[in-house]
Design a protein around this ligand. Structure first.
Ligand code: 57M
Length: 358
């Protein structure tokens, strides 16, 4: 928002011209969000410790998790807080992609907040009912999808990597598809958030990758050169994506093994929703399956495990989501975490490589 005040000054003082450049604001957004997150995080952890607002640990999980009882949670408050503060300085609030992405993030923030708050207050793992959560997630995503189409931010065609032209026009079914992507992303990120720093790594790599894609999508010349659809205003999402990278890097400072704080649903649901929305606005829904492959792998492991148990009364994994499987196989927690990060880095680079193959 500060951008809105500083940029007009460029006619008086040349130096303010830099605010015109998205690349400059993207860089500033990363620096500011990282600093806000590290500074606010320290205070937040102290506050949560003082209030004794800690995580309730289920006793049916890997026994190594029992020692995590009481670890402060709801770190998502300072992650999302840092993103918002940063956007107030560097963001362009005249952009529909920015407003709609922030709407989804904040709506899921309130859902996650209520869920965590109930768990912390009643010291159990119940929170908001699964049905209540899903209804809220679907409604939010449907509103976002409707606005994106109604305001002509995106069309209703489905784009896939390696093809220059859209695959198919989904018409009004496109809203259903958008709901699937945003709700799926939010829940998959939530499922991944089960070991110290496990979800932070892939959130950082996915967000950075989507940020690069957003910049390109909004840049008329580069988008045309790479045969990807040009979406007016999408570049502004690069600023939001880099603010997200910074805020999550700051959080990881405290969340790395052994974690001083967890992000809670307030963090995982909102970050997942935000990533899904950026994928939708930049028309990278299918490529997002690769970019966020770690989240997809975690979600599929749960679907397979539950499906297999219901149909055959047999489990495929020692425990789902799949990170628990490796833990129970005897891998040390940091080994599982860093290996999942390695996978997410490889997937991010592979996704960017598809840009030249169209
Ligand atoms: C999120 N939440 C963590 C923390 C974090 C359908 C079923 C597969 C659902 C799934 C589930 O509930 N997933 C939701 C998982 C929890 O972390 C909190 O939750 C927030 C994210 N929403 O920010 O506040 C625990 O994860 C550990 N943790 C860390 N470090 C971190 O940085 O160590 C989290 C962040 C924390 C801490 O122990 O308490 C969670 O796992 O609950 N359910 C499961 O994941 C359960 N799986 C299961 O029941 N599998 C079955 C079937 C249903 C597939 C099977 O395999 O047979 C497991 N969860 C736990 N214990 N805790 C099972 C056992």
């Amino acid at each position: 928002m500060l951008f809105h005040f500083l940029y007009p000054l460029s006619s008086d003082a040349f130096i303010f011209n830099v605010f015109k450049y998205i690349t400059f604001r993207t860089f500033i957004a990363f620096i500011l969000a990282t600093a806000f997150s590290i500074i606010l995080g320290k205070k937040f952890i102290k506050f949560m410790q003082k209030k004794q607002f800690g995580q309730f640990i289920r006793d049916d999980g890997p026994s190594s998790h029992l020692k995590k009882q009481g670890t402060p949670t709801m770190g998502g408050i300072f992650i999302i807080g840092s993103i918002i503060l940063t956007m107030l300085i560097t963001g362009n609030f005249n952009s529909y992609p920015i407003l709609i992405s922030l709407f989804v993030m904040l709506s899921y923030f309130f859902l996650g907040f209520r869920d965590d708050y109930l768990k912390v207050i009643y010291k159990n793992s119940k929170g908001v009912s699964a049905k209540g959560k899903l209804v809220w997630q679907i409604l939010t995503a449907a509103v976002a999808g409707f606005l994106l189409i109604k305001l002509n931010v995106i069309d209703t065609t489905l784009r896939i990597p390696f093809l220059k032209e859209p695959l198919i026009d989904l018409g009004s079914f496109y809203i259903l598809f958008i709901v699937l992507v945003i709700v799926g992303s939010s829940n998959a990120v939530n499922l991944t958030d089960g070991l110290d720093g496990l979800v932070s790594g892939p959130v950082i790599t996915s967000s950075a990758t989507l940020g690069i894609l957003a910049y390109i999508t909004g840049h008329y010349v580069i988008a045309n050169y790479l045969y990807i659809p040009h979406i007016q205003g999408a570049s502004e999402l690069a600023v939001l994506a880099m603010a997200t990278v910074g805020a999550t890097v700051g959080f990881l400072w405290y969340n790395t093994y052994p974690a001083q704080i967890f992000m809670g649903d307030v963090g995982s649901l909102s970050l997942g929703g935000l990533l899904g929305t950026i994928a939708v606005v930049t028309k990278n829904e299918i490529l997002f399956v690769v970019i966020g492959g770690v989240f997809v792998m975690e979600a599929i492991s749960v679907i397979l495990q539950v499906g297999s148990y219901k149909l055959r009364k047999k489990r495929i994994f020692k425990m789902a989501p799949i990170h628990h499987h490796f833990e129970l196989k005897g891998w040390a927690e940091p080994k599982v975490i860093v290996r999942f990060w390695v996978i997410s880095i490889i997937l991010a680079i592979l996704s960017l490589a598809t840009l030249k193959l169209r």
